[in-house]
Design a protein around this ligand. Structure first.
Ligand SMILES: NC(=O)c1ccc[n+]([C@@H]2O[C@H](COP(=O)([O-])OP(=O)(O)OC[C@H]3O[C@@H](n4cnc5c(N)ncnc54)[C@H](OP(=O)(O)O)[C@@H]3O)[C@@H](O)[C@H]2O)c1
Length: 340
């Protein structure tokens, strides 16, 4: 016996990946519904070798469904997630709406799988921001060994993190650079993204940081350890899929780079590709479609007593969103909603 699963936002970047990953991982599904806005009514989406017709979220009845994996914006989530949760269907949400709610667990299964059990307060579990998810996968095993004091992270985030409109904007602007007849002014992004980088993701905060940077701080504290100090600079780059991060980590205790490499090699969800030669590291185009968080360029920071630098790359639509949501569904099934 399997689960009755709803995918909300099934026509979007994350929704389509959730369908792919449920099929790839052979998640036990008895029945599946693909939902989006009324605009997409009847649009076909793939689920393994099946084709599903998209239904309208606004008229869907969640009664009798086990889990709903949401991947729509916060505004629509605010309207529909409580309806699903109230009907007894556990919501696993990709938006930022519930991430900081003390009554909603924020989960990365490699880091805090047990927190899933806190879903009962609201029948909702939150998925973190894409940049946070891959970063905490990398930090957790190192924190367990040498206690992290402080992290300085710079991100290089792909346009798919801004949804399908972000991908279209990079594609159209890139074509327009070669064919200047058709000008494509910035719309989803604040400046030209083709052949450029933009040090601004989400809205500005009072202290001059951006909300994306604030999310990395707040979410790391909630998922991993409130004592960790973190400062972030989040940058959008002209890459379609795959977020990269340069991490500088300061520990309480000394951690040798070779030991760190061994620890990371053994850790769940991580692949270490770290040869000190041309091409001996991972770039975002190589991680697309994979489950792993890749770590490269592991090296001592000689300006600190206990410091390491590393490079972390992952498919933001997978570990940063859809894969993490499906892993949460798997843990929820194992720990709470047992079937069969
Ligand atoms: N992309 C990432 O790396 C990433 C990572 C973590 C979290 N997230 C979060 O995941 C969510 C989805 O992101 P995405 O990248 O998949 O966006 P997207 O590609 O723009 O897709 C948005 C989806 O939401 C649906 N939708 C929007 N408004 C709706 C409404 N009022 N009612 C029903 N459906 C509605 C759209 O349906 P239509 O096609 O019918 O418009 C579409 O299926 C966002 O909250 C985002 O912040 C994204």
């Amino acid at each position: 016996m399997g689960y009755k699963v709803v995918i909300v936002g099934a026509t979007g970047n994350v929704g389509r990946e959730m369908l792919n990953i449920l099929a790839e991982r052979e998640f036990p599904v008895d029945e599946i519904a693909a939902l989006a806005s009324r605009r997409s009514l009847g649009t076909e989406v793939s689920f393994g070798d099946r084709t599903l017709k998209t239904q309208d979220l606004a008229t869907f009845d969640f009664t009798g469904w086990d889990m709903a994996l949401f991947a729509i914006g916060s505004d629509a989530t605010k309207e529909y997630a409580p309806q699903a949760a109230g009907a007894g269907c556990v919501v696993i949400d990709n938006s930022s709406l519930y991430r900081y709610d003390p009554d909603v667990p924020l989960v990365v299964p490699e880091v805090n799988a047990d927190a899933v059990l806190g879903y009962t307060k609201k029948n909702i579990i939150a998925n973190p921001n894409c940049s946070t998810a891959q970063m905490v996968v990398a930090l957790k095993p190192l924190h367990d060994r040498a206690r992290i004091k402080r992290v300085v992270v710079s991100t290089y985030q792909s346009v798919s993190g801004a949804g399908k409109e972000g991908m279209d904007e990079l594609w159209d602007q890139t074509k327009a650079v070669y064919n200047p007849v058709s000008d494509v002014p910035p719309s989803k992004f604040t400046k030209q993204i083709a052949f450029n980088v933009i040090p601004h993701i989400d809205v500005f905060m009072e202290d001059g940081s951006t909300k994306e940077e604030w999310k990395m701080v707040a979410e790391t504290k909630k998922i991993l350890d409130p004592k960790i100090k973190l400062t972030a600079t989040c940058v959008r780059v002209p890459v379609f899929v795959g977020h990269s991060e340069a991490l500088n980590i300061e520990f309480e205790e000394f951690l040798d780079e070779d030991e760190a490499r061994d620890i990371l090699r053994e850790a769940p969800g991580i692949m270490v590709i770290d040869k000190r030669e041309d091409g001996g590291y991972i770039t975002p185009v190589e991680c697309v479609g994979d489950f792993a968080t890749y770590i490269s360029r592991i090296r001592q920071d000689s300006t600190l007593d206990n410091g390491l630098n590393l490079w972390c790359v992952s498919d933001n639509l997978r570990k940063g969103a859809a894969l993490n949501a499906v892993q949460i569904a798997e843990v929820l099934g194992q720990k709470a909603l047992k079937k069969g």
